[in-house]
Write a protein that binds this ligand. Structure first.
Ligand SMILES: C[S@@+](CC[C@H](N)C(=O)[O-])C[C@H]1O[C@@H](n2cnc3c(N)ncnc32)[C@H](O)[C@@H]1O
Length: 202
């Protein structure tokens, strides 16, 4: 049975708090650099971007350096501390407690974080993101996936082991299409991994 959302995030918080220092020193894979460059080209200097599940803030820092007005959020206080150390406006906020006025942002960037949301909770998370975007605003999602599977990964090295939701392409597009227009979808292969990249418009 899928655990309750609160249970999932309590465990993820501990996992990511413990891993923040290690992750901060890791280099980004080339596909991630290419995708953020490409998303940046869709935006205009001065626009407001919200990053959710920002981790150590490397992407938020990139967008800020390139002229966007950036707000970073993450569940893990240790991750948020690393964002702040990079000079970012960063807040400890879960996907369901994003405390900003409606229509605050021109864009939302969500890389490798929505794969931690159980399918049963994904519609309300997507609705919360939708409400924070201005009409016409863009939403980037990058997640590992391609086949449907939910649960703890037995071979996960993180402590505690993390909950993952992997979705088929059709599942992911169907979830997002409930409240957005899908403007781009493409799979990316990196080593043994398959990543689903989706860009949606409010
Ligand atoms: C795999 S890391 C990715 C970090 C960053 N986006 C990147 O690509 O480097 C996942 C991040 O999502 C955050 N996260 C997971 N579930 C979350 C939730 N419900 N609300 C906010 N952040 C969450 C974790 O704390 C972690 O920092």
């Amino acid at each position: 049975m899928t655990p309750a959302y609160e249970e999932v995030i309590a465990s993820l918080k501990d996992s990511y708090d413990a891993d923040a220092a290690t992750r901060d020193g890791q280099a980004k894979e080339p596909w991630k650099l290419a995708e953020r460059e490409s998303f940046l080209r869709r935006l205009t200097k001065g626009q407001k971007l919200l990053e959710i599940g920002a981790g150590t803030g490397h992407d938020s820092y990139f967008f800020q350096r390139n002229g966007l007005s950036v707000t970073a959020t993450d569940l893990s206080p240790e991750m948020v501390a690393r964002c702040r150390a990079k000079g970012l406006d960063a807040h400890v906020m879960d996907f369901l407690s994003l405390d900003f006025p409606p229509e605050s942002f021109d864009a939302v960037w969500a890389l490798n974080c929505l794969l931690h949301v159980p399918n049963k909770d994904l519609p309300r998370v997507l609705t919360a993101i939708h409400d924070l975007l201005k009409p016409g605003g863009l939403f980037f999602i990058g997640v590992y996936g391609g086949e449907a599977h939910e649960g703890i990964h037995d071979n996960d090295q993180a402590v505690p082991k993390r909950f993952f939701s992997r979705r088929t392409d059709e599942q992911l597009k169907a979830f997002v299409s409930e409240c957005f227009e899908v403007v781009d979808f493409h799979p990316v292969t990196s080593g043994e991994y398959r990543i689903q990249v989706l860009i949606a418009r409010r």
